[in-house]
Write a protein that binds this ligand. Sequence first.
Ligand code: TMP
Length: 208
Amino acid sequence: MKQGKFITLEGIDGAGKSTQLAWIVELLQRAGLNTVVTREPGGTPLGEQLRTLLLDKSITMHPETEALLMFAARREHLDKVILPALTQGQWVISDRFTDASFAYQSGGRGLDGGKLAILEQWVQGKLQPDLTLYFDVPVEVGQQRVSQIKSVDRFEKEQADFFQRVRAAYLDRAKQFPERIKLIDSSQSLSEVKAAVERTLKVMLNHG
Ligand code: TMP
């Protein structure tokens, strides 16, 4: 059976990626593909429990603990959800993956990217997403959207300078991996963002 494809969505908090998720699924299903939608941290019973701890703003943790928990959840996610689905020919769409660790734990928290690269190699070997849609917005726009949420989580409560570093790290990765990471300007209108997503996916679908 033909192996499925692995698509990940990235962006700072408030970038609007979750809004685009339903649209991506619709486009893939219209193309006759079977889809699995999942998220990180999370996606498995253990991963979801780790997510609860990671997002709980009453908990403090060392940045390396945070990174290790992200990768622990990811290991489980790959084993239980992502790899079996790809093997069965399904298309996996994950709301965040390892680029988020480089952006948040390295860019945002200042962890050594080399240490994350070791964890990346350990947990996923050579596996990388086939396509990553990076939804880029200025930090003020992301923060404005997040401020409309009633209760913010342990990441969302961070200040603008944290998100500036996260965004800069995402932009660096998009430059480093231009074949895989496609930047979508998410400060455009909803319909323009949807059109940009559709164009990017069509390129992938046409190249099989
Ligand atoms: P979400 O709000 O997009 O669901 O993501 C939850 C938060 O987790 C988000 O603020 C980013 C953060 N995160 C990391 O810091 N590192 C990671 O590796 C992942 C997957 C998420």
